[in-house]
Design a protein around this ligand. Structure first.
Ligand code: ZN
Length: 98
């Protein structure tokens, strides 16, 4: 087997291909991804829409341009959204509620 990255939920046995850009504990497998709350799903939908409306990587835009600033903000937002989503899904999957 080639290198496989593990789902972010502890003890989940599902993996994804490192060659496709997945990193250990930095993604959720399908069944776990679907455990997101409706509010979190909506946040990802909004985020995806903003990404579609502002195409291109941050570095493709000139420094200080509106395009660069929007992409940098979107990257930060995605990181925060991912951290919150991972925490939420791990809690649901592990049955933590306190
Ligand atoms: Zn999983």
């Amino acid at each position: 087997m080639t290198d496989r990255a593990r789902c972010a939920v502890p003890f989940c046995r599902r993996t994804a291909s490192v060659d496709e850009g997945f990193r250990d504990g930095e993604f959720l497998c399908g069944p776990h991804w679907r455990l997101r709350s409706p509010a979190t799903k909506a946040a990802w939908r909004d985020h995806a829409r903003l990404e579609r409306r502002n195409p291109g990587h941050a570095m493709e835009h000139p420094a200080g341009s509106a395009g660069r600033l929007v992409r940098v903000a979107l990257a930060k937002e995605e990181r925060a959204l991912w951290e919150a989503t991972r925490a939420e899904v791990v809690e649901v999957a592990m049955g933590v509620s306190a």
